[in-house]
Design a protein around this ligand. Structure first.
Ligand code: FES
Length: 297
């Protein structure tokens, strides 16, 4: 064609004059088909119970062939030469029009090939998505509001780790005992530290003094930093210590953290003592127990 100059791109991957999307079509299609087969095999392995090494190998093949296919296809889509053309007087000469028609027809064939490759690509992505459903499903149902509740409820009797009811009379000033709601001994989420202090020494939040009959206060045993059990009580300083990262909580001020990484007080359980002296919960905790992930941005 007169006035048209062609020159290879510096990074071109094919010889000048080769039509776009023509170089690796078969290879791209093969890669996508391999990816589909690997993903389907991965789905089957998941469905029969899984095998970590095989799952890893199949996932590598699936992702590797998918990536290789996309890269090869992208390279083919790049026109391998730079074309510049002198401005021609209108109308175009017959030879140029014939060349344009030929180019248009070739474009149609390329479009057909691209459609087939597109379908294979969609198939490969779909098969990979199908295989991904199994690990996603294994994450289990969402916890919903369950993390915000324990087995404590209004009227639940406080029992020790052998299931015996605990009364105020059982506790000396300075003593500490791990307790549970009756019927749920050993429940990790409901474990509570029962501590007796001099009633006049408590400086709790407004309305919470009534939750501590005769100076008996109850706090969740689950550390608000990372969930370790807070197991050490120093009666001389009235401090609870978490052994994991040394968070320290001041019992007299409502188990507020005074040292360490915990930033939230241990939730206080509302208690009451009936006429028989047995301790009962007034209600469940008013705040979620355990690490405060819900406070994070
Ligand atoms: S879990 Fe208690 S301080 Fe980290």
């Amino acid at each position: 064609m007169d006035g048209v100059r062609r020159q290879p791109r510096a990074t071109g991957n094919a010889s000048p004059g080769r039509p776009a999307a023509n170089g690796h079509g078969r290879l791209v299609g093969t890669a996508f088909i391999l990816s589909i087969l690997a993903s389907l095999a991965l789905t089957a392995v998941y469905a029969v119970g899984g095998q970590p090494q095989l799952e890893g190998a199949l996932l590598a093949v699936s992702l590797g062939t998918l990536g290789a296919g996309i890269i090869l296809w992208a390279r083919d889509l790049l026109i391998p030469e730079e074309i510049s053309e002198e401005r021609e007087p209108e109308p175009s000469p017959p030879g140029m029009r014939a060349a344009a028609e030929t180019a248009l027809q070739m474009g149609g064939r390329q479009l057909t090939r691209r459609t087939a490759l597109s379908r294979l690509l969609i198939g490969a992505l779909g098969a990979l998505g199908l295989a991904a459903l199994f690990p996603i499903r294994s994450l289990g149902p969402g916890p919903g509001r369950s993390l915000f509740h324990t087995q404590w409820s209004a009227g639940a009797r406080v029992v020790d780790n052998e299931g015996h009811p605990v009364s105020v009379r059982d506790l000396e000033v300075g003593s500490v005992v791990t307790v549970f709601p009756e019927g749920f001994v050993g429940s990790p989420v409901s474990q509570v530290l029962l501590i007796r202090v001099e009633p006049g020494s408590l400086q709790l939040r407004p309305g919470r003094l009534a939750w501590a009959p005769d100076g008996v206060v109850a706090f969740s045993k689950i550390c608000t930093h990372a969930g370790c059990p807070v197991g050490l009580y120093d009666a001389s300083t009235h401090q609870l210590l978490c052994p994991c990262h040394q968070s320290t909580f001041d019992v007299l001020s409502g188990a507020t953290p005074v040292f360490g990484p915990a930033s939230r007080p241990l939730p206080q359980l509302p208690l009451e003592a009936r006429a028989d002296g047995v301790l009962r919960a007034r209600a469940d905790f008013q705040e979620p127990v355990g690490p405060g992930f819900w406070d994070r941005p």
